[in-house]
Design a binder for this molecule. Structure first.
Ligand SMILES: C[S@@+](CC[C@H](N)C(=O)[O-])C[C@H]1O[C@@H](n2cnc3c(N)ncnc32)[C@H](O)[C@@H]1O
Length: 247
């Protein structure tokens, strides 16, 4: 039986890698990587350096081109669905190179359970008749890297937390929660919340370019926009995450 490892590698710091992940890396015959294009070469390079550092046995490195997706779709769910199917086609092509008893691995940014489509793609491939066994190795999420960077807890005592996207936050503060962790926000959705809300913001968390800002939204939002725009223009890409807190 072919085996696929889905390995969470953490949010950008090579030291986020767990010992479980390091042990798993040493069993892999083929690493599968979806390349997002030149602007995110740095993200592929990090995966490559992790493998170079921890794997001493022979392995194959296979890159597939991640399909482009519409960033402002009129039907978000249908667009994501079509994009996931296109990614599954690419992954099916990569998987074809895996021998009957070999181990393949996807190195997933952060943790595979959080806003990542690898597990859904593998489900899709299984439903197309591909046979393989899957193991998941958890990783440090960008949310954990954010709260560690700011030295704060994710929740207030006995209170729930919601993890959501910038797109959803833009349509209103979620009911019943005082703490909201926001990911995938390209539209500065924090600018629309009550200015007395506290924000813990972080970009390139765990990486050499890490930027952290905390404060009352009304005070720090313009600074975050400025830093975000400047960093994005300089590097060509940005990944940021923030926690909004109402006390
Ligand atoms: C497709 S999701 C992947 C999340 C990942 N699976 C995780 O566990 O963190 C990408 C989003 O994660 C967040 N993210 C990932 N890495 C980050 C980092 N190093 N610094 C800040 N945000 C990050 C950003 O909100 C980005 O838009």
């Amino acid at each position: 039986m072919r085996k696929i490892l889905v390995i969470g590698i953490g949010a950008g710091n090579p030291d986020h890698l767990t010992l479980q992940a390091v042990k798993a890396l040493q069993t892999v015959d083929v690493f599968f990587v979806l390349d997002k294009g030149s602007v995110k070469d740095e993200l592929v390079d990090l995966r490559r350096s992790i493998v170079d550092e921890h794997v001493t046995r022979p392995y194959r490195w296979l890159e597939g081109r991640d399909p482009e997706r519409d960033r402002n779709p009129s039907d978000y769910v249908a667009t994501i669905d079509a994009w996931r199917r296109a990614r599954a086609d690419v992954c099916q092509g990569l998987l074809a190179s895996l021998g009957p008893d070999e181990v393949g691995a996807f190195l997933v940014w952060g943790d595979p359970s959080l806003y990542d489509s690898t597990l859904a793609i593998l489900d899709d491939l299984a439903s197309r008749g591909e046979s393989f066994e899957v193991s998941v190795i958890p990783g440090v999420t960008s949310v954990a890297a954010l709260t560690a960077g700011h030295q704060v807890a994710l929740n207030q005592v006995g209170r729930p937390v919601q993890i959501t996207t910038g797109r959803r936050l833009a349509s209103g503060w979620p009911d019943g929660v005082s703490d909201v962790a926001v990911m995938l926000d390209a539209s500065y959705s924090f600018e629309g919340v009550d200015p007395d809300t506290w924000i813990y913001w972080g970009a390139y968390l765990g990486m050499p370019d890490e930027i952290l800002v905390a404060g009352r939204v009304g005070d720090v939002a313009p600074r975050i926009r400025e830093l975000r725009d400047e960093a994005r223009a300089r590097k060509g890409w940005i990944m940021d995450t923030y926690l909004l807190r109402r006390t």
